[in-house]
Design a protein around this ligand. Sequence first.
Ligand code: FAD
Ligand code: 2HG
Ligand code: ZN
Length: 482
Amino acid sequence: ASMASTTVRNPSFSVINSDDIDYFKKILGESGVVQDEEKLDDANTDWMRKQKGSSKLMLQPKSTQEVSQILDYCNSRCLAVVPQGGNTGLVGGSVPVFDEVILNVRGMNNIISFDKASGILVCEAGCILENLISYLDNEGFIMPLDLGAKGSCQIGGNVSTNAGGLRLIRYGSLHGSVLGLEAVLANGTVLDMLGTLRKDNTGYDLKHLFIGSEGSLGIVTKVSILTPPKLSSVNLAFLACKDYTSCQKLLYQAKRNLGEILSAFEFLDINAMDLVLKHLDGLRDPLPSSTHNFYILIETTGSMESHDKEKLEAFLLQVMESGLVTDGVLSQDINQASSFWRIREGIPEALMKAGAVYKYDLSLPPEKMYDLVVEMRGRLGTEANVVAYGHLGDGNLHLNISAPQYNDSILSKIEPFVYEWTSKQRGSISAEHGLGLMKANKIHYSKSAETVKLMASIKTLLDPKGILNPYKVLPTSLLSHS
Ligand code: FAD
Ligand code: 2HG
Ligand code: ZN
């Protein structure tokens, strides 16, 4: 089932030798040069355990200057490099395919500045998302993004994947909240774009090239990000709907009636719920009196508890009376709220425990989204468990197909069908996880030939030897150095 099985190592890349190691030790010291087998084994293996590289070297620089020296050297030696953050990526983008050098900025984890008046945080790219969340919590602020991988993922990785997550419906994507960044190009050039301005229309806004480029254009070393204030009133409802149409109508109503306090709108179907309850310890069904086909999590965030409660309760009364919602519960305290979130955020982990998983991350018109799930169940019958959940409020379906083992019969029933179906709806084959290795050759399902060609020209301009994250994002056949 390896995604790399058809990829061939680019022969123009060098193989590391002892002179290279000596040079890296000279600039980084012993601690920055990792050759320990166990550590390399982890760094060579992706979160899904689907992809395994054979890198013999991981570098851990402590400054932008060191990143620049590393890349300058790798570029001149034609050594391929994989930028790696928390290694929580889900498309095989963060691990080597062959023997690429792994570059991890985990040692660059300082907060550079935080301005309480504006809420602008400037930090190094290796900061772990959860640490930033805790830091800001003390200051009375929150991060504009939140996701299940927060305990491991780095802000540099989040920016490089343009991670969406659970709050995008409220705070928008990182293309909006990232105000500036610093990046190092393949030849070691440091690009200082670390502005902290809300508005800056002085020509092309090149930072956007690095947001979501999955380490293929440069290493993100610093980030400046706009953070929202932490508001005092957060409420979470766990609701059940009898059918998908009701979920959609509920979203429509929530946007109208909860308006400015709506901060998350997530869905999971019964298959996802069953899987979580079966594989994760210590979780209980919040609505145990009967089974339901669909579950919705609605979070509200506002500044006045009494106002928010009144609004939310009136909304819930209305949607229960009209039959859109068949059952529901409001979390009573922070522990209950986190157990509700754990159900939703724990689905990827439960899927891993259940066995093999084929993962698709699609943007689709919400009214069509669940048709795909139903069709997929028809195609697979009892061969696999089709699990659907995701960021319904953003039109993002996480379609996961779970089976005891990987096998070609299952795969042939899923692909290319799932990509063709998505393309026909003018959807995206990657809403938020990126293309990585898994979908580099599938890009044409979502982007026109002319667009992909221009992307390849930009890649070649910024990284002429193609040393940065090779075999990922773009089809290798389009790159001039291949
Ligand atoms: P990695 O996985 O290490 O790398 C990801 C990509 O970014 C790779 O291509 C890598 O080369 C590149 N990269 C990493 N750091 C840098 C850098 N400093 N400079 C340049 N390139 C770099 N994603 C969502 O969008 N929304 C979710 O809700 C969500 N939930 C998740 C839940 C779980 C449990 C898991 C395991 C993953 C989830 N993801 C989600 C996937 C998501 O892509 C990652 O969690 C996160 O954004 C990646 O950060 P990371 O530091 O782990 O990067
Ligand atoms: C989520 O929203 C993540 O939980 C992971 O993006 C999605 O596992 C997945 O398919
Ligand atoms: Zn997601």
